[in-house]
Design a protein around this ligand. Structure first.
Ligand SMILES: CC(=O)N[C@H]1[C@@H](OP(=O)(O)OP(=O)(O)OC[C@H]2O[C@@H](n3ccc(=O)[nH]c3=O)[C@H](O)[C@@H]2O)O[C@H](CO)[C@@H](O)[C@@H]1O[C@H](C)C(=O)N[C@@H](C)C(=O)N[C@H](CCC(=O)O)C(=O)O
Ligand SMILES: Nc1ncnc2c1ncn2[C@@H]1O[C@H](COP(=O)(O)OP(=O)(O)OP(=O)(O)O)[C@@H](O)[C@H]1O
Ligand SMILES: N[C@H](CCC[C@H](N)C(=O)O)C(=O)O
Ligand SMILES: [Mg+2]
Length: 491
């Protein structure tokens, strides 16, 4: 694509052109620039992308897009002035990749908890019906050829459009993607046309970034308003959990803008679970939808997974997929990595690894495990550093309320001292059933060593993560591998 063709498709304030070069790629990071690339300089929270314009030019950028007057320092390199760098990145990427979301059925899932699981279930349902489907989320991305690791839940917009474009090329007909609140604020899904948006729930998290729950809610709401502004031929549907108070508010706020479809246990829900049978190896529940009653079976464990299944089914129906086929696909959903993942199946005790890292998620998981009537419930849990500090005592409170033994330990301390994080957690405990073991490996060893027949051990907070981040360095660490190692020591 020529620079002139690209510029025709984006809004800009001013441009100093230098010929009409062929564009070979788009990036927001000077370290990724290759000859022929457009470099979009974004104003960051830590550094200003404009400071890296000289590095981008040196690496072969043919055009620089930035806020304010753009001095490229090289008369052969075009400078394009825009109002907002992050918005411009999405516009440039959508144009460069030829708006791939127009050629796919795209489901965007937001909410505090359940995005990864619901996206995974949606992708499974789509792949079952259409052979190939893509996925973007916390576990990485699948462009139709298999999973590849990613850095964040929702990548930067140029990476999102690049992935969607590869999905189209690889024969995917649909894509399920997690849309984090950070992504909505930072325009990472700018110019993505969604067929269906999904709102799961809103509970305490990320208040280091959003500051208030109201700001956090408004970030989530903007998925719906983003969809209402879509210009293409898609008629957007927003699927909303109305058992959640913020979901009820969102349904009211969006009802005139998009088609609202609701789910939950509430009597008014369009996709309504009426009863659930929660077992150790899976869940079955009855659902009223579309004027009929259905029985849904899934290997996913816990009441919260009823919500994830309802959301995926409502999304599938909103895309016009065969509903009975979608229901039967739920029976074969594979294990979602690090989400209530049973690590040892052939022992008299059970060990689960789970990504619960918010008070609500932890409460849900613990109540689910308690409902399975274990001998004792032994919980290993920590909280991440450089993240919302208020959730620390709340998570420890949930752990001590529901468990027989709690081992408070490190998660990803990042720049903080793990002992300080653990002390802040300890302020929330409600009974003297806890111990502090700073070294996560030791804590896991202690928990597994203590397990007696019928006990359940929960290792919470890090789920699928394969590292522990300490003072800017990532050390290899897997809860799953640590559990297996600890179990070997018992023999
Ligand atoms: C708070 C947050 O979301 N920050 C993101 C944001 O950082 P920032 O605004 O501080 O950017 P910056 O580091 O100042 O850099 C500004 C610009 O200079 C560029 N740069 C920088 C250095 C250089 O040498 N050359 C260069 O071009 C950067 O690429 C960037 O474009 O933009 C950066 C570039 O895309 C992201 O890497 C960074 O994610 C950080 C690492 C992060 O930890 N984000 C987390 C909190 C996050 O996004 N989480 C959500 C939700 C998770 C969930 O609940 O599932 C997610 O979607 O993952
Ligand atoms: N619908 C739900 N409601 C509440 N808790 C849930 C729900 N689904 C999963 N959980 C709990 O939350 C944890 C995280 O789930 P999941 O990874 O699916 O959510 P997420 O929204 O993608 O989280 P993240 O924002 O960290 O990526 C799970 O390990 C489980 O403990
Ligand atoms: N994406 C979330 C995940 C947190 C997982 C937990 N292990 C932690 O490090 O706090 C975050 O960055 O806040
Ligand atoms: Mg996720």
């Amino acid at each position: 694509m020529k620079l002139s063709e690209l510029l025709q498709q984006i809004d800009y304030v001013d441009a100093t052109l230098a010929g009409d070069p062929e564009i070979k790629g788009v990036t927001y990071d000077s370290r990724q620039v290759e000859p022929g690339f457009v470099f979009v300089a974004m104003q960051g929270a830590t550094v200003d992308g404009r400071d890296f314009i000289p590095a981008a030019v040196k690496a072969g950028a043919v055009a620089i897009v930035a806020e304010g007057v753009v001095e490229t320092g090289d008369s052969a390199v075009a400078g394009v002035q825009v109002k907002d760098g992050r918005k411009a990145l999405a516009d440039v990427a959508a144009a460069y990749y030829d708006n791939p979301s127009k050629h796919l059925r795209v489901v965007g899932i937001t909410g505090t908890n359940g995005k990864t699981t619901t996206a995974f279930v949606c992708k499974h349902v789509m792949a079952n019906a259409w052979h190939r489907a893509g996925l973007i989320g916390t576990l990485g991305a699948d462009d139709g050829t298999g999973m590849a690791a990613g850095e964040r839940t929702t990548p930067e917009s140029s990476d999102v459009h690049g992935l969607l474009s590869r999905m189209v090329d690889n024969g995917c007909r649909g894509a399920a993607m997690e849309v984090s609140s950070h992504a909505l604020v930072q325009h990472r899904v700018g110019k993505v046309e969604f067929d269906v948006g999904v709102f799961m729930n809103l509970t305490r998290d990320h208040l280091d970034f959003h500051k208030t729950m109201d700001d956090y809610y408004r970030a989530k709401l903007s998925l719906g308003t983003h969809m209402a502004r879509q210009r293409g031929s898609k008629k957007p549907v927003m699927v909303i959990n109305v058992d959640d108070v913020h979901g009820q508010k969102m349904a009211r706020a969006l009802e005139d803008e998009v088609t609202v479809v609701t789910f939950g246990f509430s009597a008014t829900a369009d996709f309504r679970a009426t009863s659930a049978d929660l077992g150790m190896r899976g869940t079955s529940f009855k659902m009223k939808a579309k004027g009929r009653e259905y029985l849904v079976r899934t290997p996913l464990i816990g009441r919260f997974n009823v919500y994830n299944c309802l959301a995926a089914l409502a999304a599938a129906d909103s895309m016009g997929m065969n509903f009975r086929e979608a229901i039967s696909a739920l029976a074969s959903v594979p294990q979602v990595s690090g989400r209530l993942e049973s690590v040892l199946d052939n022992r008299p005790y059970r060990v689960f690894v789970d990504y619960a890292h918010t008070p609500d998620a932890l409460e849900n998981v613990l109540s689910t495990l308690k409902g399975l009537n274990p001998g004792r419930l032994i919980t290993v849990v920590g909280c991440g550093g450089d993240r919302d500090r208020m959730k620390r005592p709340m998570m420890a409170r949930a752990a001590s309320q529901w468990s027989d033994i709690v081992l408070l330990t490190s998660d990803n301390p990042r720049s903080e001292e793990p002992e300080v994080i653990i002390d802040e957690m300890a302020r929330g405990v409600v009974q003297a059933n806890f111990k502090k073991i700073v070294d996560r490996r030791e804590a896991i060893k202690t928990a597994v060593a203590a397990a007696k027949p019928n006990d359940i051990v929960l290792i919470a907070g890090k789920g699928h993560e394969t590292y522990q981040e300490v003072k800017g360095e990532r050390f290899p660490f897997s809860d799953r591998a640590e559990v297996l190692a600890a179990d070997r020591l018992r023999e």
